[in-house]
Write a protein that binds this ligand. Sequence first.
Ligand code: K1U
Ligand code: ZN
Length: 167
Amino acid sequence: MALLPILRYPDPRLYKRATPVTEVDDNIRALADNMIETMRAAHGVGLAATQVDVHLRVIVLDVSDDQQHPLVFINPVLVSEEGSCEREEGCLSVPGIYDWVVRAERAEVEALDREGRSFRIKAEGLMATCLLHEMDHLEGKVFVDYLSPLKQNRIKTKMRKRARETL
Ligand code: K1U
Ligand code: ZN
């Protein structure tokens, strides 16, 4: 397995729309496994392939207490969503920045698993927030896009300054 570099906001590659996976083969399984390892190493609870510069519709998620129960979503589709809740979000592509975003409280998603089998999941709480956040990544959307233009500009400036300082 391998750790993959995570793109940092405002990298324009984070704005690419991911394309569907046509076959769940060993390459896709290796991508999912590497994404799980990368997510764990970065202490995240989710990761979209877009964030590792692979523009395919693959997400990994692990909101379990022991971080030992990862889920793989290939070609996820939102079946339904209900309610609304505001939750503080973070993103491994925008390290150190947290802010409040309103999303659906519950979401039902259909996807293929690591073996290419179809499954449906009803998510709520942090899992729903995280799934919707990761599905946004596949559409080329980052949680910062929900914030005011003033906050977006401040975050861009901060991230660019940090990138220059770490060169
Ligand atoms: O970069 C990502 O997309 C992963 C992101 C998922 C996420 C967490 C919380 C709300 C929305 C999306 C993270 O894992 S951020 C880091 C983190 O571990 C965390 C942050 C806030 C709450 C819980 C966990
Ligand atoms: Zn994110």
